[in-house]
Design a binder for this molecule. Structure first.
Ligand code: GN1
Ligand code: MG
Length: 360
């Protein structure tokens, strides 16, 4: 752990370290929990930024600085207490920047939120609160004065994701096409329908707003009583359709199983979670959502497992160059699980529509 200790020494606020524990939940950045000796001092999160994925670290860090500053200001104005548990606080490096570059890698540190936990699964009660929180998050960022950059260009652009799939198929870099040809054809049948948001955007009918764009349950911190504290992993907070936050949360929360569940029988869509989340989200977001955005929320629920299936499949065909994997066919297994979830969400669409109509 010597190298990590040296990197930590570039962040003057961090005093004596007692332990550095790797955290393995994320698929993109390398993350560690840094525990400190002084029982009165806070612990930290150390992250090595995946520079291949986030090619412009300055844009990335600037977005995060603007977002956390703006949210902090809003919380202060609302006379909130316990603000350091409700918004991330990043620690400056020696040169005053929000990250340290060691000549090869980019590192950043933030305070570990005390007495917090992440949950693998949510209940309808916590889902409702998370829904409220995301509506609030988007509402708070609606008047951010800075123009945020796209930390990953075309991140949730379905047309772009389909194009990447086509490119991967044409290249067949890992020689896996024979195995997945039928699946690719099957998935492609719905591509047109799934690309409708981009078309509506071009026609000026759908807006983009500042969204989190990675709202899976594991990116949410809860206190010990299961109350939502704050959203973490702000790397992809950027302009997008609100579908990103709505759809991506339900992709993990309303899945009755894991993102990479091999037994597809276990992958179902949980309507109770959907209802609770939709109720909370619409309650806090209806002040700014347009009628079309609200009407298309069930579309968002289908879109995200579909997009994730396309992204996992593309990576599988490319030979696993993007997502960290634990075993050879991991991305293939993930693809099947996400595609199954998409089909389940599709079956629930009429019920979702009826429920949303009942809320209005
Ligand atoms: C990645 O950062 P992490 O592991 O929470 C990915 C998301 C995917 C998710 C699938 C920058 O999220 O878009 O939905 O994996 N983030 C990036 O679990 O590609
Ligand atoms: Mg992420």
């Amino acid at each position: 752990m010597n190298r990590l200790n040296e990197i930590i020494s570039y962040f003057p606020e961090v005093k004596e370290v007692s332990e550095i524990v790797p955290l393995t939940a994320g698929l993109i950045n390398q993350t560690y929990k840094v525990e400190t000796k002084d029982p009165g001092a806070c612990d930290y999160i150390l992250q090595c930024i995946n520079h291949q994925v986030f090619q412009n670290v300055d844009v990335l860090q600037r977005n995060i600085e603007c977002v956390t500053r703006h949210i902090r200001k809003k919380l202060e104005e609302a006379h909130e207490t316990d603000i350091n548990r409700k918004v991330l606080r990043f620690v400056s490096a020696r040169d005053g920047k929000s990250y340290h570059f060691d000549g090869e890698h980019y590192w950043r540190m933030c305070e570990f939120i005390p007495d917090s936990q992440t949950l693998d699964a949510v209940t309808p009660e916590s889902s409702y609160l998370v829904g409220l929180k995301f509506g609030e998050f988007e509402a708070m960022l609606a008047d951010i004065p800075e123009k945020l950059g796209e930390t990953i260009p075309d991140f949730h652009n379905m047309e772009f994701r389909i194009k990447q799939l086509h490119d991967a198929v044409a290249e067949n870099a890992a020689g896996r096409m024979e195995k997945v040809q039928a699946l690719v054809s099957e998935i492609e049948k719905d591509a047109d329908e799934m690309c409708q948001a981009e078309r509506l955007y071009r026609e000026g009918k759908l807006p983009k707003r500042i969204c989190h764009c990675d709202t899976k349950v594991s990116n949410m911190m809860f206190d010990k009583d299961g109350k939502v504290l704050c959203v973490i992993d702000l790397d992809t907070t950027m302009p997008s359709f609100v579908f990103s936050d709505f759809g991506d949360f339900l992709r993990s929360a309303a899945n009755t199983s894991r993102e990479d569940e091999p037994d597809l029988e276990k992958v179902r869509f949980n309507m109770e979670i959907f209802k609770a989340f939709a109720k909370g989200y619409i309650e806090s977001a209806k002040s700014f959502l347009t009628p079309l955005e609200i009407e298309m929320l069930p579309f968002a629920v289908k879109l995200f497992p579909y997009m994730q299936a396309v992204r996992f499949l593309t990576d599988y065909i490319n030979g696993d160059t993007y997502y960290q994997i634990q075993y050879a066919d991991h991305n293939y297994v993930r693809t099947l699980a996400q595609y199954k979830l998409y089909q389940e969400a599709k079956k629930s669409e009429p019920e979702m529509k009826a429920y949303i109509a009942s809320l209005l």
